[in-house]
Design a protein around this ligand. Structure first.
Ligand SMILES: C[S@@+](CC[C@H](N)C(=O)[O-])C[C@H]1O[C@@H](n2cnc3c(N)ncnc32)[C@H](O)[C@@H]1O
Length: 202
């Protein structure tokens, strides 16, 4: 991802899809989410996945009984995901829109929100809006299960670095931090670079 001071615009993301330059795409479900599912830490329910990209997590969870709503504002992402959903005959909602613009019909609806390489993709100036949007979408007691990208780079992005302190600073008011540790089973290219956070909406 080329560096831009205040982050990317929609057309910058779309260009990556047009050019097939998807350096962030693991090509598989991030392994920590498989472990969370297999150990029953995340349970089937109404699930929101913002900035879903090509949607490996969307497909995996939909195939395992989660009722998923996926959101991405790049047509290149949602068109790919919609055709996979159709091919596999899955039931899941794929919205082509700005996540920050989800309307009040989404308020207090979700049991679970999956964060995967979206918080690091937005401008740091949008982090407070991210927290208020995910907090209004989740039910009280709902869970945000997230992998937050600790790039270790001090400046620039996307991806913008996320520290443990960033997570505490932004989420503590609206969420109980149940777990915040380095993920143990990250994909090779993310080893030691992901915070696994389990956050419960207050
Ligand atoms: C780094 S990619 C991550 C995609 C996916 N989560 C993954 O890990 O493969 C970031 C995604 O967020 C989307 N995105 C960025 N800002 C957005 C916004 N405000 N609303 C919806 N989607 C957004 C981009 O189009 C892109 O698909």
């Amino acid at each position: 991802m080329a560096e831009k001071k205040n982050g990317y615009l929609q057309e910058d993301w779309q260009r990556h899809y047009d050019e097939g330059d998807l350096g962030w795409d693991l090509g598989q479900v991030a392994p920590p989410f498989i472990k969370l599912f297999e150990s029953k830490i995340i349970l089937p329910g109404k699930t929101l996945i913002p900035g879903c990209g090509r949607g490996h997590e969307v497909i995996y969870l939909a195939e395992n009984g989660f009722e998923v709503t996926a959101v991405d504002y790049s047509p290149g992402a949602v068109n790919h995901l919609k055709s996979t959903v159709q091919e596999r005959n899955l039931k899941c909602e794929v919205l082509n829109m700005d996540f920050f613009g989800i309307d009040s019909a989404h308020n207090g609806v979700y049991d679970l929100l999956i964060e995967q390489t979206f918080f690091c993709a937005i401008s740091p100036e949008q982090r407070s809006s991210y927290v208020s949007t995910v907090a209004r979408a989740l039910k009280k007691g709902g869970m945000l299960a997230g992998l937050f990208y600790h790039t270790g780079e001090e400046e620039g992005g996307p991806p913008f670095n996320t520290t443990r302190e960033d997570i505490k600073k932004y989420f503590s008011d609206s969420f109980e931090i149940r777990q915040l540790s380095k993920a143990e089973d990250s994909a090779e290219q993310r080893k030691n670079k992901e915070w696994l956070a389990i956050l419960i909406k207050k």
